[in-house]
Design a protein around this ligand. Structure first.
Ligand code: SF4
Length: 318
């Protein structure tokens, strides 16, 4: 149920906003992986177009954080603080995606950026989905963590349930609340979110033991780096991150969601499909061009010209 709700909300946001929408990204800083946020959306900032020109893919964080600049190419060994193996892998990925270009001088590899990395993030929205508020699970704790870290500019709870005052009172005040109907594609804003202090030190709640809760302080610089990583991941991945199964019953909805005719609903292929499913009938998966769908519906640009210099200018070094 939650998967169908989630991808319907992603599709709704993609077609009604200019946000870059992604699913299931890490939202913890001190203990990465301890908090996965259902939907992460990036609001384009003023330099968004400059970002779209560089590459349609995710730019590796270590490439952005390295001492490689746009001017003179530098010896890669002086530009990274990680292991040589890791640095080489980052350089390869950054070069493949068009953010770095590589030259050789006396047999040594030199690198530079093809364009200055732009400040393109206008804001981050974190959305926690809980279609049925009757089974809230860990909802309150998750939202408390999000608010106290302050990694996202705004945090929203999205639900299909009728929202009562009692529900609202149990949630942190800063959390906005949407009621969303995935069939009708209608959203009602029940409560607007309060912007969080992303530029201030946050507190990340960690392990909880009897009479003790461990916390970690997250500095503004750590938050800024994590926000950039989330935005880059969202830009590169989008929300259609599933693979269609080789079952006769699967088709794609017009916006690219996996629809099963056996169960007559959208299904989560990673969890529900496979030859142990009672309706499974071997067949060809549908040919769905998720890249084209995304390019048509979101501000993401599939095949930018890129910012690499003319190859002929480099040939003399290679
Ligand atoms: S494997 Fe099962 S859930 Fe998946 S498409 Fe086929 S019938 Fe539907």
């Amino acid at each position: 149920m939650e998967f169908g709700f989630e991808v319907a909300l992603c599709s709704f946001l993609e077609s009604t906003t200019d946000w870059v929408v992604a699913r299931q990204l890490g939202g913890a800083v001190a203990t990465p992986g301890s908090r996965i946020v259902d939907i992460c959306a990036v609001k384009p900032g003023t330099a968004f177009e400059a970002r779209t020109r560089i590459t349609s893919r995710e730019i590796p964080a270590l490439a952005i954080e390295s001492d490689v600049g746009v001017g003179k190419a530098v010896d890669w060994r002086e530009a990274f603080e990680c292991s040589a193996e890791r640095a080489q892998s980052v350089i390869d990925r950054a070069t493949e995606c068009g953010f770095f270009e590589t030259e050789r001088h006396n047999g040594r590899r030199f690198v530079r950026q093809t364009a200055r990395y732009p400040t393109w993030i206008g804001g981050l929205v974190g959305i926690e989905n809980k279609p049925d508020l009757g089974t809230p699970g860990d909802l309150q704790r998750q939202l408390r963590i999000d608010v106290s870290v302050g990694l996202f500019d705004t945090v929203i709870l999205a639900t299909e349930s009728y929202v009562t005052d009692a529900h609202l009172n149990r949630l942190p005040e800063a959390v906005g609340v949407w009621r969303f109907d995935p069939e009708a594609r209608e959203r009602t804003v029940i409560r607007e979110p309060t912007p969080l202090a992303v530029e201030k030190t946050g507190v990340e709640l960690q392990a909880r033991r009897p009479l003790q809760t461990d916390v970690a302080f997250v500095t503004p610089a750590e938050k800024a780096a994590k926000r950039r990583r989330i935005a880059e991941r969202a830009y590169g991945k989008g929300w259609r991150t599933y693979t269609f199964p080789d079952c006769q019953h699967i088709t794609a909805t017009a916006d690219g969601r996996p629809y099963c005719s056996w169960f007559d609903r959208v299904v989560n292929p990673a969890v529900e499909c496979g030859d142990d499913c009672e309706g499974f009938q071997p067949g060809e998966p549908p040919a769905v061009d998720c890249k084209r769908l995304r390019d048509k519906r979101s501000p993401w640009v599939a095949d930018p010209e890129g910012t690499q210099r003319a190859q002929s200018g480099l040939d003399r070094f290679l």
